[in-house]
Ligand binder design. Structure first.
Ligand code: BGC
Length: 709
């Protein structure tokens, strides 16, 4: 008999349910706290998994309690939300998405895993793979943005990064793909609200990132809090068991979200905890995070005949298998121990490079950037706010370890005059300091405004109906622009979402999306602002001009009445453009890039063929740059309407001043398959446009038509 089978054979019901229970220690609590005391629950075997405890000593002490006091000496599993770094904080995932660089996505996850594993952690609740087209939803900050292809690439890179060479490696973490599924489609961007999506968008947009995570060997998956068309994900047997386990062959552990099993009662599909627990277990969820539903509810559900002991044993088997794969039985203290000073310094350097690569230059008129010599006025509530640079889910990162913009610029420009004023709070009604802050413009040559959201204004439970500049920041902008009298004004936005800032975008000379850049924020920004590094980030989401445009995304399907300003009865607004303020993929550099001679062969392809796509890039500017190139397709006539643009690939290319180079993509013709009206994959003959260029703005794409046979 295997170790796991003999353990299961020896376990009492209480011990089994303990293995299916995850309880919280003290930090980062996002919901109700369980009544059972953690210490005694561990000693009695009623709690087998812990969330929110880190630090090798504390983790090992708790592990010792479990191993020394319990009958069967089963090691505890420690999970933590290591979302974008652990102690060293990398940019928030939406910011990292702007890198469009799977190699760096993987590298930051690898470093986060190493650092968290050194703190005793075994499992991270990441990557978050929720595609969303709604910037009102605060959790847009945690994910890959609006596109399913980007999300798939990120899924693979992050799972590989966290899990490294395998779970047995004590420098790796088990990853958790979340939140399965379609959480990003919550109604009106309101967190935890219902989702109402079609089977097509489920299949084409929301499932593929999870398919990619499963294909990459993700160890665990977390169902979303929400329902899809009436079936809460915590009870969704068709999507959890039939699809994930049955069709995709997922063999890992399904972990509920925080208290989500008990919330089936609020959803209105369970009358009590026993019914809720039975629904979740039957649907396929192995581990109950913080609902106390399995521990308290499953014994009752067993008595009522709602579940069987075999159902419980199957879940216990999967949890114990994960612990075994992580090496916990043989080496329970394997994770946790000091790291060398060199690895910490190298990690900081990497965090700086990744942060500078995540910064998106949205606008740069009058060559406002890079900064010219001269006196600087640094104004705004985010200019000297190190803690805010961490963004949401900052794990073990502490404010004192983060570099503010002020500190970064002072360090980079030691001989330049830099005067600083906060002006306003991030979000308060106080306007009393605005005039004094604006007065700094008089003695400055260039004004840098640091504006945006606080770290806790995005992430979970942070939906915003007015996703613009909060508090009195617009009043500060008005006062500064009035006083600047034609001097260059650069606005840097810190945010966990694209902000709705059309006025600011029109009036500032330069506009920079910095997201939440993490520990090295100020140094990374200084690198970009001074021209030490060229901006290369591209926005992974469309920036709306108005909240009324939401949801807004490049992959819309065509209308029967496409917008035509000359024709009233077409698809448009009376009072706003259809186009976003900045399209997906947009991001300037300090160079001047020209695209030419798009070539695609063969002109006619069958399903097994591959298109060779190439394009010439020339850097006509005076600086070295890195250009991100997007490859889209458009199927103009098909049996069902196809999106106006579909992203199929992207690549980055570094170019020295004056350098030209050809960039090549291999696009399998089979990537043009789609789901027909009966949701069956088909490869249909006909005309396809291949579009290559710097963003999803069609006017900027080179186009070549090819045919499928
Ligand atoms: C969030 C998850 C997170 C969990 C544990 C929940 O509230 O939805 O994303 O992993 O808490 O902290």
């Amino acid at each position: 008999m295997s170790r796991i089978d003999s353990l299961i054979a020896a376990m009492t019901l209480t011990e089994k349910l303990g293995q299916l229970t995850m309880a919280t220690a003290d930090s980062a609590i996002t919901g109700a706290v369980m009544t059972l005391d953690l210490e005694s629950g561990i000693a009695s075997g009623e709690i087998g998994n812990v969330i929110n405890l880190f630090g090798a000593e504390r983790v090992h002490a708790m592990q010792r309690r479990a191993l020394e006091n319990t009958r069967l000496r089963i090691p505890l599993l420690f999970g933590f939300d290591v979302i974008h770094g652990h102690r060293t904080i990398f940019p928030i995932p939406l910011g990292e998405a702007a890198l469009f660089d799977p190699r760096l996505w993987e590298a930051s996850a690898r470093e986060a895993a190493r650092e968290a594993a050194a703190d005793g952690i075994h499992l991270t609740f990441a990557p978050m793979l929720d595609v969303t087209r709604d910037p009102r939803w605060g959790r847009i900050a945690e994910g890959p943005g609006e596109d399913a292809f980007v999300a798939q690439m990120m899924a693979r890179a992050k799972v590989n990064g966290f899990q490294g060479t395998g779970l047995a490696d004590t420098a790796s973490l088990a990853a958790c793909a979340k939140h399965y599924c379609a959480y990003g489609a919550v109604t009106a961007g309101r967190d935890y609200a219902p989702t109402e999506i079609s089977v097509r968008s489920l299949s084409e947009v929301y499932l593929p990132p999870f398919q990619a995570a499963v294909a990459a060997g993700v160890a665990t998956i977390m169902p979303a809090f929400t329902d899809i068309a009436g079936v809460p994900m915590s009870a969704h047997r068709a999507l959890l068991t039939d699809y994930l386990r049955g069709q995709l062959g997922f063999k890992g552990v399904l972990i509920s979200d925080y208290n989500a099993i008990a919330e089936l009662i609020n959803h209105g599909v369970a009358a009590d905890l026993a019914e809720a627990a039975a629904l979740s277990l039957k649907a396929g969820i192995d581990m109950d995070m913080m609902a106390n539903a399995y521990r308290a509810g499953l014994p009752v559900a067993l008595d009522r005949g709602l579940v069987t002991m075999a159902d419980i044993d199957a879940a216990v088997g999967r949890v114990l298998t994960l612990k075994e794969q992580l090496g916990l039985f043989d080496n329970p203290y394997g994770r946790g121990g000091p790291e060398s000073a060199t690895s910490l310094a190298a990690r900081r350097q990497q965090a700086r490079e990744i942060a500078s690569g995540s910064i998106v230059l949205l606008k740069n008129d009058k060559d406002a950037l890079p900064l010219a010599d001269g006196r600087l006025a640094l104004i705004g509530p985010l200019a000297d706010a190190p803690g805010e640079m961490r963004g949401c889910w900052s794990a073990a990162g502490i404010a004192a370890d983060c570099v503010s913009v002020l500190a970064g610029l002072r360090f980079a420009l030691p001989h330049q005059s830099i005067r600083y004023a906060e002006g306003v709070d991030i979000d308060s009604a106080d306007e009393s300091r605005i005039a004094a802050a604006a007065a700094l413009c008089d003695d400055a040559d260039t004004i840098v405004l640091c504006l945006g959201e606080a770290a806790n204004m995005s992430g979970e439970a942070c939906s915003r109906a007015h996703p613009g500049l909060p508090g009195k920041q617009n009043a500060l902008v008005d006062a500064v622009l009035a006083r600047a009298k034609g001097k260059k004004v650069i606005a840097i936005l810190f945010s966990g979402r694209p902000l709705v800032v059309p006025q600011l975008a029109a009036r500032a000379d330069a506009l920079v999306a910095a997201w939440a850049p993490g520990s090295e924020a100020g140094n990374a920004l200084a690198d970009i602002l001074t021209g030490h590094a060229a901006p290369s980030g591209r926005t992974p989401v469309s920036w709306p001009r108005a909240v009324g445009q939401i949801p807004i995304y490049f992959g819309e399907r065509p209308s029967g009445r496409p917008a035509n300003p000359e024709d009233h009865y077409t698809s448009k607004y009376l009072d706003e453009d259809n186009a976003p303020l900045f399209p997906f993929g947009h991001g300037l550099s300090y160079g001047d890039i020209a695209y030419s001679s798009l070539a695609v062969t063969p002109a006619l392809a069958r399903e097994g063929d591959s298109f060779a796509v190439s394009v010439m890039l020339t850097n006509r500017g005076p600086r070295a740059i890195t250009e991100t190139v997007f490859l889209f397709v458009r199927d103009k006539v098909a049996s069902v309407t196809r999106p106006l643009l579909e992203l199929k690939d992207f690549q980055r290319k570094a170019l020295q001043p004056g350098e030209s180079g050809r960039l090549r993509f291999a696009l399998p013709a089979s990537a043009l398959k789609f789901l027909d009206a009966n949701m069956r994959p088909v490869f249909e003959p006909g005309e396809i446009e291949i579009l290559v260029g710097p963003s999803a703005d069609r006017a900027r794409l080179l186009v070549q038509t090819v045919y499928l046979a």
